[in-house]
Design a protein around this ligand. Structure first.
Ligand SMILES: [Ca+2]
Length: 156
């Protein structure tokens, strides 16, 4: 390899790495632009995030905080929720907003069927505004307590 050729290869690699770094930083800039952090109160059924997620892939992540379906100390949980004791199980689960998710879990909906979110979620939730809620019986939000902080990122 002549020294001129070596120089040319070096220049090419240098140019490529500059383009790579520029692409990376512009990507992370767009992503942070579309990320919102929200506090979801346990007493609000279907909290409106204000985000229209039609045809979008989104990521929801639990950040901090706990909430409870009745204020009882042992029932405070994060977005994963908890499975109630046997006695309550049969009474409570079929009446929840999302019947195939634990009590107290973070759940979501758009214009379609509600779905389980938990502490992490990445999918296309459908059409319309994203709404989030504690998984609870619709007639039992008054005695709920606490809130969880989550972030929503729109990926595309
Ligand atoms: Ca309740």
């Amino acid at each position: 390899m002549t020294s001129q050729k070596k120089l040319r290869v070096f220049m090419l690699m240098f140019a490529l790495s500059v383009v790579g770094i520029a692409t990376l930083s512009s990507c992370s800039k767009t992503q942070s632009h579309q990320k919102v952090v929200l506090e979801i109160p346990a007493q609000t059924m279907w909290f409106d995030t204000g985000l229209d997620v039609t045809n979008k892939t989104i990521q929801i992540k639990y950040e901090s905080g706990t909430w409870s379906n009745d204020g009882a100390e042992s029932h405070f949980c994060d977005g994963e929720g908890f499975i109630p004791e046997g006695k309550d199980f049969r009474d409570v689960i079929p009446k929840l907003l999302v019947t195939n998710a634990p009590l107290g879990a973070l759940v979501g909906r758009t214009n379609g069927e509600p779905f389980f979110v938990g502490n992490t979620y990445e999918d296309r939730p459908g059409e319309g505004r994203l709404r989030l809620s504690i998984n609870e019986r619709p007639d039992s939000f008054d005695d709920n307590a606490g809130s969880v902080r989550i972030s929503v990122s729109v990926l595309d």
